[in-house]
Write a protein that binds this ligand. Structure first.
Ligand code: ASP
Length: 328
């Protein structure tokens, strides 16, 4: 390129803002974090707490949450995959990034190549919960109730590819009982129906279930982790393993993503702000109170985040296939 063209190209890039890089980023323009599930649910909860904690390290900029719910989280993920890679549209997603490629055959984006990985946020256990008027009070009684009600049981979830979908499938597979799955745009609306008794059962993250269990609005029967949990509200709930479902273990995790092509220096700013947020005592306290564990290991690093998601895809894909479940 000759000198004149270089100057013209530089002027054009300043004029359009294209490739502006981190200089002046984020400035005063709000950043949007897309949550691919309904407002008021567990992913939304994590995103709102995280947005608050990332605001300060990003110079006090507004961070708004945009709920782009539906299709088990793939609508919101696709929106970010196709968004302008300028650092102002991000995605907060969960284990769905690793289940969608197997559970949903036709996702319109590629998990590995359409995103920049910014770092992981937390690990969140799940709980198996039931409507408040459920006759059973212990896991043993619930298992008997399930056997007596085969063919009539409604299991809520947040759509094909969601965490609740995965957990529900593994649960049905472990019991060898088919339930009617009822998909919602997130487990916030599913929770409303569970409390009202329109559905019978649901698997959901502790970030959504802790307060409902505490208020006795739902009945909790098991946690999905290998060990019991330590929080006051959840500590007496047995694990599915100790209830007889050998090897049943599932933990949900969340990560932060930007569209592919986001300038490297903007990615670095966002990852650095994420790390500050992960050490914020308020953020840690809020998350721990809901049974979540904030990531403090190497998965805070973008490259390790990406490796972890690839490893989860490799781990979960045969499990999902063995459970014999697919959806288009
Ligand atoms: N808990 C939901 C899921 O099952 C997602 C949500 O509503 O945040 O994936």
């Amino acid at each position: 390129m000759n000198k004149l063209l270089v100057i013209a190209a530089a002027a054009a890039s300043v004029f359009t803002g294209f490739q502006a890089g981190a200089q002046g980023y984020p400035g005063t323009k709000p950043i949007s974090i897309v949550v691919p599930f309904a407002a008021g649910g567990p992913t939304d909860r994590v995103a709102r707490d995280l947005a608050e904690a990332m605001r300060k390290p990003l110079g006090g900029v507004s961070i708004v949450i945009e709920n782009a719910a539906g299709a088990g989280g793939s609508i919101g993920a696709n929106k970010v995959a196709k968004a302008n890679p300028d650092g102002y549209t991000l995605l907060l997603h969960h284990i769905g990034m690793a289940t969608m490629p197997t559970l949903v055959r036709n996702i319109p984006f590629k998990v590995d190549s359409d995103f920049e990985y910014l770092g992981m946020v937390n690990d969140v256990p799940m709980t198996l919960i039931a409507k408040p008027m459920m006759a059973a009070n212990t896991y043993k009684e619930l298992a008997a109730w399930i056997n007596q009600n085969k063919g009539k049981i409604n299991l809520g979830n947040a759509g094909v590819g969601s965490a609740s979908h995965l957990c529900g499938l593994l649960f049905q597979n472990a019991l060898q009982v088919d339930m009617t799955t009822v998909p919602y745009k997130g487990t916030a609306p599913a929770m409303t129906d569970l409390i009202g008794g329109q559905i019978d059962l649901m698997c959901d993250q502790t970030t959504n279930t802790t307060s409902q269990i505490e208020a006795k609005k739902v009945k909790a029967f098991a946690v999905t982790t290998a060990q019991r949990l330590g929080t006051p509200v959840l500590k007496d709930i047995p694990t599915l393993q100790e209830s007889g479902l050998k090897g049943f273990e599932i933990t949900i995790w969340h990560g932060l993503y930007a569209p592919k092509g986001t300038p490297a220096d903007i990615q670095a700013k966002l990852s650095a702000a994420l790390k500050v947020a992960l050490k914020d005592p308020d953020f840690i306290k809020k998350q721990e109170g809901l049974g979540a564990i904030v990531v403090h290991d190497k998965r805070m690093e973008p490259a390790e985040h990406k490796k972890f998601v690839a490893a989860e895809i490799a781990k979960l894909s045969p499990i999902i296939k063995a459970a014999g479940v697919y959806a288009d």
